[in-house]
Design a protein around this ligand. Sequence first.
Ligand SMILES: [Zn+2]
Length: 445
Amino acid sequence: MKIEIMAVGGYDEVGRNMTAVKIGEEVVLLDMGWNLEKVLMHFGQYDPRRHSLQDMIEVGAYPDYQYMGSWIDKVKAILISHAHLDHISAIPKLAGVFPNAEIIGTPFAMEVLKESLKQEPNPIPNKIFVMKAGSKKKVGKNFNVEFIHVTHSTPDSVMIALKTPAGTVLYTGDWKLDNQPILGKRTNMQKLKKLGEEGVKVLIADTVRIERESKTPSESMVREMLKDVLWGVQNQENAIFVTTFASHIARLKTIKDLGEKMGRKVIFLGRSMDMYINAANRAGIVDLTKGAEIYGRRKGIERALKQVMKHQSKYLVVITGHQGEPHSVLDRISRKELPFTFDEWDTLIFSSEIIPAPVNQANRAELERRLKPSKVRMFKDIHVSGHAAREDHRDLLKVVHPEHYIPFHGDIRKLASATNLAKDMGYQLGKSVHLLQNGQKIEIN
Ligand SMILES: [Zn+2]
């Protein structure tokens, strides 16, 4: 038997990840994400009622499943590595193409998925199966699927091991090696080591941050960076706002803890804040609702901001909009569409970095231009990445020492950089390290 692997999406770009693995007459899909940049560029905003499957594929926002040809009818399962949009957001309209495939993911990812499915006009026929990190499940005749816990910038993230009659395929999803995570355990290196000892045929590894010649710092570093800003500047009488990734539950927890230590009431504002915090609560990750206020809808947001305007020093407000996204809370504050205005000496912390795409850079520049006249103090890049850097990748390759290495989740520069790293470690291009582009496939014996 042989392993066949097809790059469906995410091999020419950062986004719309989808990889197909075929053994005999059975196929499983690894992730089913969208490319948010393409969505923003072409539609401004995603409207589940207006944009069809075909629209999404045409603009390059969804993986083009038609590359799969005869594989389409053979799909047994859609395996999801974590809750980020570039790994799950094509499911609502694309999963129906594979009606017999069960969607399998961790509790948090599946809670987030269920929330996004509620916005869709047409339900999907697929069954959803919730599987915890550390668990196994048999799929079809040929796949034993195992979820391995990893640290990342959203909770409940896993690497996916496929044990098959033709050997083991390990798919990394997104990961970092965080030795002091704020939430949950460290990446399960013992398990990865064990897999390496048993033998891994193919490693399919993300490359988002592989060009960075370093080790990605721990999330606990951000706690120190935030403390430094929150407790080290003249802000006692003034409003404090933090904007960050709503899906980054560990970060939200840090901000809430620090806000409470300052004696301020923490308020989370924005639809996605509300959605992710509730998903984390239901998935048993952490309850951030205790002692905090959370408003996702316009009326609640307006009421809360009026209150903050009156008693600025009593609150720490966490909002959406760090990329300057249209209609986010920060975007609407900057356009004076909400009943709060920043003033001199107010604090605005961007606990994020700008995702390097032209549409984000433009949105963020515009946002800052609108905010500047208020003289609000901006603290940018109070952030560490959720993605492994080059030296983390080197360690993973050492521990897993796969026979074959396939980089994904990156443009050609990142994939080439990963190839060079593998070559450093004795792999040979075309023989044991393989560069695929969307639509290409490879057979491994
Ligand atoms: Zn991710």
